[in-house]
Ligand binder design. Structure first.
Ligand SMILES: Cc1ncc(COP(=O)(O)O)c(C=O)c1O
Length: 334
């Protein structure tokens, strides 16, 4: 990590090991929020986190996205609106998937993280309690065409407002499911207690495996290999999109992570009940419908013409074939 030497925020005493970072996201839902509480999320956000929120009865407010992360003006306007409506005391956190996000591949700049932290602090007095920045860095190490960016941890001078979650499953091996988090002290104590009740501790065998891979250098060299492999797969997917999708379909060019985010022409829906989804399934091709990645937010309509395409597990020939099939499905629908 680029900021590792500087940051006392990375002290091992603030760290907990989890069964995948997903477990920590779930534990945080149990210790930090009550039903009816509000979480600010990116628009769109990681749909499995939205699932956690939904199952716990949390409410969402979505913050508009720009190419380099959340729109800070919209964050401020949302905080102000919550203050005016008297709902600010229900706001507990802003959740950011800050590196090569799932689903859009967006990476949040350091300036935006610092700006977001400052804004959250400013509204704490009116909220009457801390408002945390929950930074999900699952894809941080899976960069292949960009530099690392400091975590929000390094901008949290007192070390009491940023919760950082990350994982070895994405950059090392999906089956390993060892994750970790860095938490402010009081939250760490609560999270460790709940984790003990969940599982008695993370599988020792897998922790040993990661520990030895890290200390032997095998981890670093494997991450380098994967970065090169994913860079090739991402490029293959982008080339296939250019070749097989109509010009009025727009897609991202990933600089890391595992996903391309594509937007269909205005009249083409992508949800599970859409003609395009049915036509794609008929071609034995599947995508994640974009509307699943948008939180239920009463202040805006959910978009329904996007999709997340993954280049993670398929081979390059499969990726090319998959996009060709999507192109055929689209032609049928159009
Ligand atoms: C943004 C994000 N966070 C967290 C996770 C959880 O990953 P794991 O539990 O394997 O660490 C995922 C998995 O897809 C993800 O995309």
């Amino acid at each position: 990590m680029a900021d590792r030497p500087k940051a006392k925020a990375y002290q091992p005493s603030r760290m907990m090991i989890t069964h995948g970072s997903q477990q920590l996201l779930y534990i945080l839902a149990e210790i930090l929020f009550d039903p009816g509480d509000i979480v600010l999320v990116e628009d769109p956000s990681y749909f499995v986190y939205l699932g956690i929120m939904q199952s716990h009865g949390f409410r969402a407010r979505s913050i508009r996205m720009e190419a380099d992360g959340i729109d800070l003006a919209h964050l401020e306007a949302t905080l102000e609106a919550l203050k005016q409506s008297g709902e600010l005391p229900r706001l507990k956190a802003l959740y950011l998937v800050s590196y090569h996000s799932n689903p859009t591949g967006t990476t949040t700049t350091a300036a935006k993280k610092a700006g977001a932290l400052k804004l959250l602090r400013r509204y704490e007095a009116a909220a009457g309690h801390p408002i945390y920045l929950l930074e999900d860095a699952a894809y941080r190490e899976l960069r292949f065409a960009s530099e690392d960016i400091p975590s929000a941890l390094t901008m949290d001078r007192v070390g009491d407002r940023v919760i950082y979650t990350s994982t070895y499953s994405k950059p090392f091996a999906t089956g390993v499911r060892i994750g970790y988090g860095l938490l402010p002290g009081p939250l760490l104590t609560a999270a460790l207690r709940v984790k003990g009740n969940h599982d008695f501790g993370t599988t020792n065998f897998l922790q040993q495996l990661i520990s030895r891979a890290l200390s032997s250098g095998a981890y670093d060299s494997h991450v380098q290999t994967l970065r090169k492999r994913y860079a090739k797969k991402a490029a293959a997917m982008v080339r296939a999109c250019r070749k097989h999708l109509p010009t009025n379909v727009k897609w991202t060019k990933p600089t890391g992570g595992l996903y391309v985010w594509a937007r269909m022409p205005a009249r083409v829906k992508t949800d599970l009940k859409s003609k395009l989804f049915a036509a794609s399934l008929k071609q034995k091709m599947i995508y994640v419908p974009g509307n699943l990645c948008y939180a239920d937010d009463p202040t805006r309509r959910k978009p329904n013409r996007e999709m997340r395409l993954s280049f993670g597990s398929g081979s390059i020939p499969d990726i090319k074939e998959g996009i060709a099939r999507l192109g055929r499905a689209l032609k049928k629908v159009l």
